[in-house]
Each structure stands twice: as C-alpha cells, then as structure tokens.
Design a protein around this ligand. Structure first.
Ligand SMILES: [Zn+2]
Length: 396
C-alpha cells in the first residue's frame, strides 16, 4: 500500500458528509472530493501505463531474441550456401578435368587409329613388291608366315590399344555424367538455400519493424506514466495542504461535539472533529475490503475525547506486542446499559481506569494514532447487545 493510496483510502468519505460539514477546497476552489477522485483516476493511469510499458518492454525483449535467432539462422544459411558454392566449384573443376581427359583420350585414340592406318598403308605400300609377291605366292612358306604373323600381331596390338582407350573414355564419360547430376543437385540445393535466406531476411525485416513500433509504444506509455506521476504529485500536495488545515483543528470546519446535542438514546458525539475519514462498513488501509466497525473522526493529536453517554468503564487496554502498538492500540470501552457500549481506539493517553463511573461529556482520554492508524483520529464504535452497529443511527 503506497502512502498515497493510504491517504486516499483515509479520505474517501470526507465530502459525502451531512450538510453541517463545510466543503473544504484548495486555493483554486477544487474540493477535496474532486482531488481525491483525480488521485484515484491518476493512480489508475499510473498503474495501467506502468503495466502497459512493462508489457511492451517484455514484447521488445522477446522480439530482440527472435531477431537474434533469425540472424543466427541467416548466418548458418549463408555458411551453407558458401559451402555449397565451394562444392559446386569443385564439381565443375572435376567435370572440366574429366572433359580434358576425355579429349586427350580421344586424341590418343584418333592418333592410334591414324597410326594403325598409316602403318598398314606403309606396310602395304613400301613392301609393294614383296606384298604382291606375297599375294601372288611367297618365295617361301616361312617367309609368308613371318610376314603374315607380323601384320596380324601389329593389328592385334593396335586393336587392344584402341579398346583400352575406348574403355577409359567410356569410364570418364560415366564419371562426367555423374558429376553433372551432382552439379545439378547442388545448384538446386543452392537455390533452395537462397530462397530460405530471402524468407529469413523478410522475417527479420518484419520483426525489426515490429520492434521499432513496440519500442515507440513503450516510450509513449513511459511518457504517459511520467505525466500521470507529475500530476499526481501536484494533486497529492494540494490534498496534503487541505488535510493540514483540517487536522490542525483550527479550520472553519471543526464540528463541536457538544453543539450537536444528545440523541434519543442519550448519546452525544465523542469528540470535536474536522471530518469523518471512514464510515461504518467502509474501507481503510488496514481493512481494504470494507467492514469498518465504526466511525473514524479526524482531528489533531491531543483533542479531548468525551464519554458518549453515562456509564462505567469496562475496559482500558493497550494492544501492544514487542513494544509495537497494533490494531486498536490504546483503547477504552464504556458500558452504558444492558443495550449499549462504546469503544474509543488509537488513543494518545487515557484518563480512566476500569470501574470508573463516567457521565456523558466527561473527558476520558485524548486523540492519538496508536495501533493501526495512519494519522491522529478517533476510531469510535457503538455496540448494541453483542454487535457493532452504525453509530450514525444512534448519534444526534
Ligand atoms: Zn477506524
């Protein structure tokens, strides 16, 4: 509970009082009730602006985290694209090497074929006579065999070379085809990665825009918060100056208890007061959900407290624990008759002891702020049989 809220809770009914009580106002004519309503509204604004600013700050933090993650994803994707590019380049180099190899093999093959043709041509052309002789009929059988075998073996050797080169060339062509497939796959992968990166960049741009907007909203709520706080400080000080006048007991509005007479049940008001800060059933900082058991009558510390009616002092107590007053603090109970008792709490000092007979209007003690109290006031209760009742029903 802030001091301001406590002050607001202590005040709420000041201006719902009967006509007898004057309306207190600041120098500019603003009434305490108006100030109090303004304070309640400003406090609501402060709470809402603060919550909204905190919500926006949380959103901004979450967005920043999301952007960081997207940036990491972009970096990873870029590294993948680069690595894919490297692989593509290697593959291209491999294909080129194989193509060069194939060309070389092709040239070798062509050369071999040329050689073969040439060799055979030379053989047939240069050994013209012999050949003719051979074809017509060799001079000797051994000579014929020798020539034929030589030619056959040469042809076989050349055919073997050609076959070898062709096999190699086919293997290289297969390898080139494999590499081309791999190249195509890599290119497709690279396009996918590029598209993914574009998507990520798009996401980041959107998140960036959202973050900027969120931060602007946060700043706006923070401005609203500061403005509301500033206004609230002004309202607080206006209320404080009015309260100071009231509690000084010297203002124009002190209600003299004795001037209000005696009620049909023989009771008078228990003290001179400036205003009633909390009514029966109302809320206080210590009892925020209502159910206040009496009237809180505000005046300065030391204001005399009167026996509200004739009776006997039945209790004089101090609610104190470890040196600290709590709840009623110092209090007195008077038994008036079989039907009514009255209770006076938060006293500064007490003039009676249990068993004392008192007359209506006798001073029994002085106003204070002991126990659960935020400033000098009398907490006044009337008990009818064994229940607390609204004192206004029995006071004049
Ligand atoms: Zn009270």
């Amino acid at each position: 509970m802030t001091a301001l809220l406590a002050a607001v809770l202590a005040l709420p009914v000041a201006l719902l009082l009967p006509e007898q009580l004057p309306v207190y106002a600041a120098d500019d004519g603003t009434t305490l009730k108006e100030l109090q309503q303004r304070a309640i509204e400003l406090n609501r604004q402060i709470r809402e602006s603060r919550q909204a600013a905190e919500r926006k700050a949380k959103e901004a933090k979450s967005l920043t985290g999301q952007i960081d993650r997207i940036e990491t994803d972009i970096d990873v994707t870029e590294a993948r694209i680069e690595s894919t590019e490297g692989t593509i380049e290697e593959t291209e180099a491999g294909i080129q090497a194989i193509e060069a190899d194939i060309e070389r093999r092709q040239r070798e093959l062509d050369e071999q074929r040329g050689h073969q043709d040439e060799t055979l041509r030379v053989l047939y052309e240069t050994g013209d006579d012999e050949l003719l002789f051979l074809l017509a009929g060799a001079s000797s059988i051994s000579e014929l065999i020798e020539h034929t075998e030589y030619l056959e073996s040469l042809e076989e050797q050349i055919d073997a070379w050609i076959l070898e080169v062709e096999t190699l060339k086919r293997a290289l062509e297969d390898r080139r085809s494999e590499l081309k497939d791999k190249h195509d796959e890599l290119t497709a992968l690279q396009s996918q990665q590029e598209a993914f990166k574009v998507g990520l960049a798009d996401q980041r741009a959107k998140k960036d825009a959202l973050l900027t907007q969120t931060k602007q909203e946060q700043a706006r709520y923070e401005d609203q918060l500061e403005e509301a706080k500033k206004l609230n400080t002004q309202v607080e000080s206006q209320m404080a100056s009015i309260r100071a006048k009231l509690t000084a007991g010297t203002g124009p509005g002190v209600v003299q208890a004795k001037d209000r007479g005696t009620s049909p049940v023989g009771l008078q008001w228990p003290t001179d007061y400036t205003y009633i800060s909390t009514y029966f059933g109302g809320s206080t900082p210590f009892q925020p959900n209502g159910g206040h058991g009496g009237l809180d009558l505000v005046n300065s510390a030391g204001t005399p407290l009167y026996a509200t009616g004739d009776g006997t002092i039945t209790a004089v107590e101090e609610m104190r624990y470890n040196g600290q007053y709590y709840a009623y603090g110092k209090y007195v109970v008077i038994g008036h008759n079989a039907r009514f008792s009255s209770l006076y709490a938060h006293l500064q000092s007490i003039l009676v002891i249990p068993g004392d007979e008192v007359k209506r209007g006798d001073v029994i003690g002085y106003m204070g702020s002991t126990g659960w109290s935020t400033g000098p006031h009398l907490h006044y209760e009337i008990w009818e049989y064994s229940s607390r009742v609204n004192p206004l029903n029995y006071l004049p």
